[in-house]
Design a protein around this ligand. Sequence first.
Ligand SMILES: *Cc1c(COP(=O)(O)O)cnc(C)c1O
Length: 409
Amino acid sequence: MAEANANLLKLPGSYLFAEIAKRVRAFTQAHPDADIIRLGIGDVTQPLCPAVIQAMRDAVDEMARAETFKGYGPDYGYAFLVDAIRAGDYAPLGVDLAFDEVFISDGSKCDVANFQELFSAESRVAVTDPVYPVYVDTNAMAGRAGELTPQGRWQGLVYLPCHAENGFVPALPERPVDIIYLCYPNNPTGTTLTRGQLQQWVDYARDTGAVILYDAAYRAYITRAGIPRSIYEIAGADKVAVEFCSFSKTAGFTGTRCAYTVVPHAVAVGDGSGGKVELNALWKRRQSTKFNGVAYPVQRGAAAVYTPQGRAQTQATVAYYMENARIIRDALAARGVTVFGGVDAPYIWMRTPAGLDSWAFFDYLLESLHIVGTPGAGFGPSGEGYFRLTAFNTLALTRRAAERFAKLP
Ligand SMILES: *Cc1c(COP(=O)(O)O)cnc(C)c1O
């Protein structure tokens, strides 16, 4: 009989969002008239902007005529989109990327999930705690995480705790690691690193030969000057870092699907026989074998984000969400709640009041204020005692939720 991949059998069920849905369902069945406001949404809610819609319509029309029809596209994305990214996202930061260092894909989740395939099975992996679960689960599936303890920690992973006491700045690992996942602005904490703090990680990677996998999915939400929008703003990062960016949160593409990954030629790893091999070459090989590109109309839509209209329209939507974030932050702070994030990210990470644990506060918020959020403990052990709220609901419902926060204990 065929046997299952034992590594997959070690994975716990996707408990967090299933458990939230279960508790909300039970509450609404018991209280059908309760006006529930969802501040747990990890997805955008505003429509694609007009510039993107027009570009996609035009591209669909091209697909309708033999003279302009497109079949398979280039393996790593159309030149019009790669060049728009280089000129629009990197040149303004003083970062000069070669054409073949940018890879278009249908999502950062899959890229960040797939990228670990390029490393040896023995590679030691470091993740922040709390964490975006994809980094952890994909390494567990590949057999790099060892066994799961009853406390929910994988024995084979190196966890980098992030909490109020260290300002959500992970300390450099105490034991050697080969792969480091960093996500800034962070999901779930909404916090960022300064240039100096990120420089320490780049220097560490350069000194030790580690590779940083840098998830910048929320870079469009940075409002403060001086916060790095790309790890390549940091000296030496082009030798040690791969960067994942997505149109999902930047331009509302969660359902449309387009992203890109930057793999500089200078990032190299050992080849097992004393030499070195570029990750860029390995990613090309992997993508050309397992991936067949993003739909032409979708790539046209993504390129429209870089037009003057597209830029203004997508920035307006980001500003709309960030106004929601400000409203939530202010309402919580007015009640004396300790809040983090929400300034350079659409996530607000709050300390649970009155010493409640994450799930007890979830129940309180649902039952007393009819607001749904996400327990911090669901993102890792260091998330206990914290709670995540998101800025992705409508302005009207966010305002209504903020009024309810006035009743917090
Ligand atoms: C939403 C999100 C992404 C983007 O994923 P897509 O597959 O591009 O939609 C990547 N990383 C993090 C941490 C996210 O929250």
